[in-house]
Design a protein around this ligand. Structure first.
Ligand code: ARG
Length: 576
């Protein structure tokens, strides 16, 4: 990659001057150059040399190069420009890029819908970010295994059973006399959830039924399987809408067989103690103080008590969400042996993952060489900055949100007189949601502004699709052409530089464990392409050589937009 080549050139030159400090290169944000090196300031400080003199010394030592032109600028920058040859080489590199195979195996746990309840918009971020990270890791050569990790072993399914029992239909659903559908579950769960607050004996019955299927008591265990099957089918529909797919469709229930084993490990290692009837593991570190987030910049930093102990068994002997996560790490290590396990949930689960990770390290359930990552994302809010609601003020399910976005897209397509079918509408809605969601820094909250996100102009998913379709249309109107990367204009060069920036952004995204840098680079690329498109005639170019060059740029750009969209799990329509 060009950035790395340049860094090598500079560092070799520095060595010739007897300097061992390292010099780094960044894409320039200034119009005077394509790349720049700002290291002379920091290195100059260490060596007590004036940065400008240092820059001159280094540049003198670099042999003239057919790809790059170096210049020194006050007060100590090294400015680097690509020559035409350099642009051609860079374009070829981009066209032929292959990422080397990595030895690490990353296991990624995202999505996490709870069966029985309607999926809410919090789950959407997990699906979007997780799916894109999974694809990014694969692109960069990692082995990846993904698991949706259903919440499928708790009270919601017990509540549904209790509700049907109360109505007198449970037997008929169990025997199959009445067909079990998602509608039945979607109706029963909210009713049951309300009733459990008002009627303690109903609540107790739901708890009993939950324990019954957890203990594999019939006919409840088989009926639980049925409930699971019906809701998984529903979840798969949402996955289709969001272009999410998983290698494993496991859940909390799959941890069940390993719970006793992990509890035993904690007991045997002397890590568990009784506390008010529950079994807990201490996970605080000596002298640890947890900073309390400041409300204002200049507030004095205050600290909380140390990390609370992790409860691994309740006083009534029942299992816990945390214990099932630990048991899951145990069997994931046994079956898949990943080097890294990454979790995606909203920030409210941050503390519990710190507790779980520490408990796994202390007990050796996670070997010391394994990395455990929790990526905590912020909330998607409505325009008022509060949790996103429907027009009538209710909580928004994921499917409702998708509908709302599709309605808006339909409105815009009609305004623009575009012929469309359901497929096109879905793809545009999908791009609007994904691009908006992934553009934001993962841990920050953001405002879901449907009107803005579905706009066909500006930094939006639909605009990216529109650019891709425009290029597709140009290429479809032409016969074969010879690939030629001898770009000669400022606009063409700018597209190539932005292609390089996009490729560089995959690395940043990997280190940041977030996709915002890719979204940004992708948008900048489409902008650079539009400028080229507006300045230069392409299909109407008479000179065959020039026409080939311009069409080659179209082809290269489209290839990279497709690749980036594929990483973000955004589908591109044929036309729009
Ligand atoms: N079902 C959980 C929820 O809705 C998310 C699961 C996250 N993954 C995990 N391994 N705990 O909050």
């Amino acid at each position: 990659m060009t950035k790395e080549n340049l860094e090598k050139l500079l560092n070799d030159a520095a060595k010739k001057c007897g300097i061992s400090e390292s010099f780094s290169v960044v894409f320039s944000n200034m119009p005077v150059c394509d790349f720049q090196c700002n290291s002379c300031f920091s290195v100059g400080k260490i060596l007590k040399i004036n940065p400008f003199d240092l820059a001159e010394k280094i540049v003198e030592k670099i042999k003239s190069n057919e790809c790059f032109e170096f210049a020194v600028a006050r007060p100590g920058f090294i400015n680097i420009n690509l020559t035409e040859k350099g642009v051609e080489k860079l374009a070829r590199e981009i066209f032929e890029v292959k990422y080397p195979k990595q030895s690490e195996h990353i296991f990624i746990d995202y999505g996490g819908p709870n069966l029985g309840k309607a999926m809410h918009i919090g789950h959407m971020r997990s699906f979007n970010i997780g799916e894109a990270l999974k694809r990014l890791y694969r692109k960069l050569g990692y082995k990846v295994t993904s698991d949706i990790f259903f919440g499928d072993w708790g009270l919601p399914l017990g509540l549904i059973m209790a509700m049907l029992e109360k109505e007198g239909t449970l037997d008929k659903y169990i025997s199959g006399q009445l067909p079990l559908t998602i509608e039945v579950m979607n109706r029963a769960y909210p009713q049951a959830n309300k009733l459990k607050e008002l009627d303690s004996s109903f609540n107790a019955r739901a708890q009993t039924l939950t324990l019954a299927f957890q203990n594999k008591t019939q006919p409840y265990y088989d009926f639980w399987k049925k409930l699971r099957e019906v809701s998984v089918a529903e979840v798969k529909k949402v996955c289709k809408l969001l272009n999410a797919d998983f290698d494993l469709w496991k859940g909390e229930s799959d941890a069940n067989d390993y719970i006793d084993t992990v509890v035993k490990i904690f007991k045997e290692k002397g890590l568990a103690r009784q506390s008010e009837g529950a079994l807990v593991v201490d996970v605080a570190e000596p002298g640890e103080q947890i900073p309390i987030p400041k409300k204002t910049e200049d507030e004095v930093q205050r600290y909380e008590n140390p990390m609370p102990p992790l409860i691994i068994q309740k006083s009534n002997g029942g299992d816990l969400y945390a214990t099932s996560d630990i048991a899951t790490i145990y069997y994931r290590n046994k079956l898949y042996n990943p080097d890294i396990i990454q979790y995606l949930t909203d920030v409210r689960q941050s503390q519990r993952f710190v507790q779980i990770f520490r408990a796994c390290k202390k007990s050796g359930i996670s070997p010391s060489t394994q990395q455990l990552w929790h990526t905590a994302f912020g909330t998607m809010n409505g325009k008022d900055g509060k949790a996103f609601k429907t027009r009538s003020g209710g909580n928004v399910s994921l499917l409702e949100l998708f509908e709302m976005v599709q309605d808006k897209v339909e409105e815009k397509l009609k305004q623009n007189n575009v012929d469309f079918d359901a497929g096109l509408k879905r793809k545009i809605a999908n791009s609007a949601i994904k691009f908006a969601d992934l553009s934001n820094v993962v841990e920050k909250d953001y405002i879901f502004d449907i009107d803005k996100f579905t706009s066909f102009e500006g930094k939006t998913g639909p605009y990216i699709l529109y650019t891709a379709c425009r290029i597709k249309s140009i290429l479809s109107k032409t016969q074969q052409f010879d690939l030629n990367f001898n770009f000669y204009s400022k606009e063409q060069k700018n597209v190539v530089i932005n292609l390089a920036r996009l490729q560089q952004s995959y690395k940043s995204a990997f280190y940041e464990r977030g996709l915002s840098s890719i979204c940004h680079a992708l948008f900048e690329l489409t902008r650079a392409f539009s400028t080229f498109y507006n300045y230069e005639k392409i299909l109407a170019e008479d000179d065959k050589g020039k026409r080939d060059i311009k069409l080659s740029l179209c082809k290269l750009t489209l290839k990279e937009i497709i690749s980036a969209c594929d990483t973000l799990a955004i589908e591109i329509p044929d036309k729009m």
